[in-house]
Unconditional design. Structure first.
Length: 410
């Protein structure tokens, strides 16, 4: 007997590119929702072409399990078809600016008229109102706007660093499914629908709360400290055996400091007065790091991690892609699973892309004991046109033929 899925029977219409919104759809699909990814061969999502070193293998990260259909929403003749899609959907999610939606001939009040019970989630860059309301933004811009980059980088470096190109996108991609599930529960209990907005800007800004509090209380902004910490030492990454191999070590408590010293064989320098208290160690962090590095260089990163973890000291390998792929922990949890991708060609419609073969992709990092998340196949662009338009929207074969001939379903 197949296990039940949490969101079985929920249908989501997804319209939007890039990272946060497709991630939202993927999480919902993993929990059992039928997610219909609406796109057009005329302007395909750039995430179909990642990464640069082997275009296409990144597709499953964002599109696995979704039904994929094509419709040129910019064509006025597409509006009746779009209306049918809204009518069969429980949830509509989009990240296009409202001005763009209006230009295409539909806006949120119109969508609500088409389907009074639909739940709408609108992902914005900085928020729908206010001075930045109509600004076009991306994750790599937002991390600077929300204050992440001024705190990221080497100690004393005047140039802000970047944590990740899509830092805030991955926060919004988790917040948004949570909001949708809450709205579905509300609709079930009260019959009331919901219109929700999630801002990439705010999704990033909440991660710098201590910096805001520090400024409010003390009138200062945290300096760049690389991997160090204001109240703990050691707190850094340390070189290990092998090329570009590192392990992180952190000791906040007396017990962790004692465990570290014992794991290192109680070296004579551990009795140095420079390292007696936590405050002493923070003041002399540079000298401490050099001494610890002498020990870590004689071991692999895994050996350092295992010895310190056994001693009760927080420590972890700095993983590269290969480390993650070969991680015994992730393998034990079946985190990476086999799927396939399509070889993208910009001069061909996505429906004609060839199967690129097998590739590993991450499964959703959530586990439910009775209603497990699913990890399914990658569909080709436009693969589900017949199912969605003919079976769900009840469009006749003759109408489908006409829509195809006029390029509306392209």
């Amino acid at each position: 007997m197949m296990p039940q899925r949490i969101l079985r029977g929920v249908r989501v219409l997804e319209l939007g590119p890039l990272v946060a919104l497709p991630l939202t759809g993927r999480y919902l699909a993993a929990m059992g929702a039928e997610v219909i990814k609406l796109e057009t061969n005329r302007v395909l999502d750039d995430m179909n072409y990642i990464p640069g070193w082997q275009p296409g293998v990144g597709q499953p990260e964002y599109q696995a399990l979704k039904r994929r259909i094509t419709l040129d929403v910019r064509n006025p003749k597409a509006k009746p078809v779009l209306e049918k899609l809204f009518k069969i959907s429980d949830v509509f999610i989009t990240n296009f600016r409202r001005r763009v939606l209006r230009d295409w001939g539909f806006d949120f009040p119109q969508i609500r008229e088409m389907n009074p019970n639909i739940i709408v989630l609108w992902q914005t860059g900085a928020g729908s109102q206010g001075p930045y309301g109509e600004y076009k933004t991306f994750g790599n811009l937002i991390q600077h706007l929300c204050g992440i980059s001024p705190m990221t980088g080497p100690d004393g470096d005047d140039t802000p660093g970047t944590a990740n190109n899509s830092y805030s996108d991955y926060h919004a991609g988790v917040f948004q499914p949570t909001a949708i599930i809450a709205a579905l529960l509300r609709r079930r209990r009260t019959g009331k629908t919901a219109f929700m907005e999630c801002s990439i800007f705010k999704s990033g800004a909440i991660t710098v709360g201590p910096a805001v509090l520090d400024f409010q209380a003390n009138g200062r902004f945290p300096p760049r400290m690389a991997n160090r910490h204001r109240f703990a030492a050691p707190h850094n990454t340390y070189p290990c055996q092998g090329e570009d191999s590192w392990c992180t070590i952190s000791a906040f408590t007396p017990e962790e400091w004692s465990g570290l010293i014992q794991a290192m064989g109680s070296p004579a320098w551990s009795q140095d007065s420079r390292f007696t208290t936590a405050a002493d160690r923070v003041r002399n962090a540079e000298a401490l790091d050099q001494l610890i590095s002498q020990w870590t260089r004689g071991l692999t990163a895994v050996e350092v991690m295992q010895r310190l973890q056994q001693a009760g000291v927080p420590a972890g390998v700095v993983s590269k892609g290969q480390d993650l792929a070969e991680s015994p922990q992730l393998q034990d949890r079946e985190f990476y699973r086999d799927t396939h991708f399509y070889i993208p060609e910009r001069d061909k419609p996505g429906s004609e892309w060839e199967n690129g073969g097998q590739v590993k992709a991450w499964s959703v990092p959530i586990h439910f004991s009775e209603t497990p998340c699913q990890f399914g196949p990658m569909h080709r662009v436009g693969e589900d046109n017949d199912y969605v338009y003919r079976e769900l929207c009840k469009i006749s074969p003759q109408e489908m033929e006409e829509l195809n001939r006029e390029g509306i379903l392209s």
